[in-house]
Design a protein. Sequence first.
Length: 276
Amino acid sequence: MLEVFQYGFMRNALAASVLVSIACGIIGTYVVINRIVFLSGGIAHAAYGGIGLGYLLRIYPFYGAVFFSLISALGMGWMHRRTRERADTIIGVMWAVGMALGIIFLDLAPGYKPDLMSYLFGSILAVPSSDIVFMLVLNALIILLVMAFFKELQAISFDESFAFVVNVPVDQLYMMLVSLIALTVVMTMRVVGLILVIALLTIPPAIAGMFVMDMKKMMALSVTLSIVFSSMGLLLSYYLNLTSGATIIMVAGLAYLASFAFKARQTAVAGKQNKP
């Protein structure tokens, strides 16, 4: 099995999957706990506008996606904080507008767009070394910020009212969190694509949340599960000649269903034992 890693593209793919798994495990935990999966999906799909912008300006689309994702994340985050009762509608509109802008930018961009499908459905086997370095930098930034503001982010995740009382800058930290989600989305886009990015961001933390309650342990388990799912999906896609991004998500999805069934059975058995 290990002989597949004699190829440079497989080593790059494994490195990319590990780096993305670390980011998804950490940031995905905040997404699940704060129940902002829809907002994260909006950021992910709005990033398509950045890809189109990159082609239009003739810059690397990855950089265009970073810029557009950050702008979209800050806009959605601000709207979410100011208009809670209509936030889902506004996020849905920005989601659609981002995708539409991406399509229009691509129509206006001259020439052929050879890598377009890789941004939609992922292309982990074609990740260049330059992207690995970029992912490494983004990962370091995410880890440093989470370590620096861990207690504050934990406070706003579990008890926002208490965080206000103790003078935690809730709004500023929330905007930082959605910005970190945007960076994670851009990284994950190269592995599973924009369409499936939300699955890798939420499934491992959702499974971890079934078995552990402590946030640090939840993050650690989420990272571990993400690495396992990504590695298994990568190997299965190689040997079965399947699309890597979709295979990774299928492995994660089956693991979620199995975990849900196991937890439900465990709860039912415990309930029967507690009956007089």
